[in-house]
Design a protein around this ligand. Sequence first.
Ligand code: ZN
Length: 466
Amino acid sequence: MNTLLVKNIDHLATFDDARRELKDGALFVRGNVIEAVGTTSELAHLSADRVLDLGGHLVMPGMVNTHHHMYQNLTRVMVQDDELFVWLTTLYPIWAELDDEAIHISARVAMAELIASGCTTSSDHLYIQPNNVRLDSTIAAAQDIGLRFHAARGAMSRGQSQGGLPPDRCVEREEDILKDAERLIQTHHDRSRHAMTRIVLAPCSPFSVTPGLMKEAAQLARSHAGVHLHAHLAEELDEEVYCRKTYGMRPVEFAASVGWLGPDVWFAHAIFLNSDEIRQFAETGTGMVHCPSANMRCGQGIAKIREMLDAGVSCGLGVDGSASNDTSNLFLEARLAQMLQRVAPNRYLSEAPGGRGGFGGSPKALSARESLVMATRGGAELLGRDDVGHLAPGMSADFIAVRLNQLGLSGTQRDPLAAMIMCGPFKVDYSFINGREIISRGEFLDFDVEAALAAHAKVIRRIYRQ
Ligand code: ZN
């Protein structure tokens, strides 16, 4: 197996258990696994097939994106000024025209965008599968570009005629969804350490599937090791109204009633949780992914990240779909998470000892490092992975490097790690995933960005003609 020594790293942020940050750091990689982490002089005795000098760079673990709808980069900047339910009902008919080629090409572009901005592991929640769409084409895209991928078999089964939000032609039959989920697990799910592909089961939301499907998906996932569960929850007050009216329950009560609380479940958004529900998440190990751009874009509200972290809830970051975020950049989400938490009218914080009293915000609400922990270790935890999210011996060789000598980073020598989000976002100059060099000196090595964009533009012309 090939070995790689990365040395002279100006600032190596490991995010390991001790949160070590090393000056003049080094990494030794054998194949797809990190074998040693230390300073350049500590690792000087190791000889490698290849030596990469990353003087002038910051190196950190590749980030983990835990909520996305990649196909939505086909419908960016639409419905700019309306709330979620209007946004959804406008876009559903366009998405109904998608086919497998559109899904494959949009995923390729989305993955390139994620990797260029520092992500090395991503989930994708594909909840609309009209025409000949299959999740396999997104998995193929990930394998081609080299992204570590948790493909979430999303689904909608409750159309308008059954009291759901999506048009009937966007939904699938529940037996077909479950059969396809089983097929995907058998075909693609790899439970081994350093796996590049895992399957997630992900009915879309309480207002687009039935309780029966939620229960059966949970049962199916739990009969296969390492298959996790994902859905949207408590994203909108309209959803809470829907749950009360339809099920006579709050969204978290609904989730509990269908067996959807546990360490194998993570929800997107979880904005409208009260303190009891936050405790319930912590006690059951249920995770949440915070998507600040999308929450701001749709004017939804601010998730109580500070209170959740203090309660012990597993929190990660997600870019959310490209149509409700319009960017897909985890550094940016980490920045916005930090900033947004600080302006939140946070009763929990303001009533804590030393708080301001009343409902003001606080600059102590979330630090840059806490936000970056969510983007790395936090996301890994949501996906059930102990092999990515930090840099230590035995971990997957997933790391990124950002050049420090560039506009926007001047004067940050004292804390280049915080600068990644407080001054950014920045693009990566190097990205290694599972030991494979994907980006070198700021360019993809085996991926033609121009060709992918041209194919994407062609799909757009075809879809909109229809
Ligand atoms: Zn979403």
